[in-house]
Design a protein around this ligand. Structure first.
Ligand SMILES: NC(=O)c1ccc[n+]([C@@H]2O[C@H](COP(=O)([O-])OP(=O)(O)OC[C@H]3O[C@@H](n4cnc5c(N)ncnc54)[C@H](OP(=O)(O)O)[C@@H]3O)[C@@H](O)[C@H]2O)c1
Length: 248
């Protein structure tokens, strides 16, 4: 039977922060395949962002790559303005830009703590706030990228885990505060294998500990993001862990 909704996001405009590479890129491409026009932001990865934008355009939708430091209000304001100028509105915001770092608790500096929180919590707060008027006009959606680390304590990631736990709570608070205009949800990936050679042994060990006997893929995470991007607007305030059962 033919799919009745091959392009469920046709006519929609999506913005993915940190969308040049890795999971953000995968989310942007998935949204584009579903028919959305897609803007991505980049910080250092200008070249990769242009390549990703090209790949998005090759899927038959419009694309835009804009620089943005999510910790800087001015930069966030300029990025949202550029997106709205190009696409005349915004329906879906994916807060994917983030930082990850492994540091033993005793070695964790205040600066490391603040940098992680500035990117992983203040960033999504700033970007969401700036996007609000546009999302409200379109009964839009916000999807935050949390982490299994925001649910489970990892000893050498106190700042990261705490920041993602804060982002999970921000998701729930925004879901309540912004209803009924905006649905807010969170995708919380577990161990995701993005093919890095240096992590291969670790990934093997983690797959063995995972009930589903494998690590996640970018496609697993994008599928969850796409679900919230196209689900009934009534679904709000959820943290969807994508971890193959690792956190159970
Ligand atoms: N990969 C995983 O296994 C995994 C697991 C759990 C949760 N997550 C979460 O899922 C999201 C995406 O994962 P990922 O692995 O794709 O993330 P990532 O590679 O660690 O970071 C994504 C992008 O964030 C951007 N970024 C960092 N600081 C920024 C800032 N101050 N302003 C704007 N952009 C900034 C970087 O852009 P530039 O490259 O342009 O500098 C980077 O490419 C993240 O929030 C991550 O914490 C990932």
């Amino acid at each position: 039977m033919a799919d009745q909704h091959p392009k469920p996001l046709a006519g929609k405009v999506a913005l993915v922060t940190g969308g040049a590479k890795r999971l953000g890129k995968a989310a942007g491409l998935a949204l584009a395949k579903a028919g959305a026009d897609v803007a991505i932001t980049f910080l250092a990865s200008a070249k990769e962002a242009q390549q990703t934008a090209k790949q998005i355009e090759n899927l038959g939708v419009r694309a835009l790559a804009v620089p943005c430091d999510v910790t800087d209000p001015k930069s966030v304001r300029a990025a949202i303005a550029a997106v709205v100028r190009k696409f005349s509105g915004l329906d879906i915001l994916i807060n994917s830009a983030g930082r990850y770092e492994t540091v033993a608790f005793d070695q964790l500096s205040l600066q490391q703590w603040d940098t992680i929180f500035a990117t992983n919590v203040r960033g999504p707060f700033l970007v969401s706030k700036e996007a609000l008027p546009h999302l409200r006009k379109r009964m839009g959606r916000i999807i935050n990228l949390g982490s299994l680390g925001g649910v489970r304590p990892w000893a050498s990631h106190a700042h990261y885990c705490s920041s993602k736990a804060a982002l999970h709570m921000l998701t729930k608070v925004m879901a309540k505060a912004l209803a009924p205009a905006i649905a807010v949800n969170c995708v919380a990936p577990g161990m995701i294998d993005l093919g890095e050679k240096a992590a291969a042994d670790f990934m093997k060990r983690m797959a063995k500990q995972t009930p589903m006997q494998r690590n996640g893929t970018a496609a697993d995470v994008s599928a969850a993001t796409l679900f919230f991007a196209s689900a009934p607007h009534f679904i709000t305030g959820h943290i969807l862990v994508v971890d193959g059962g690792l956190g159970l």
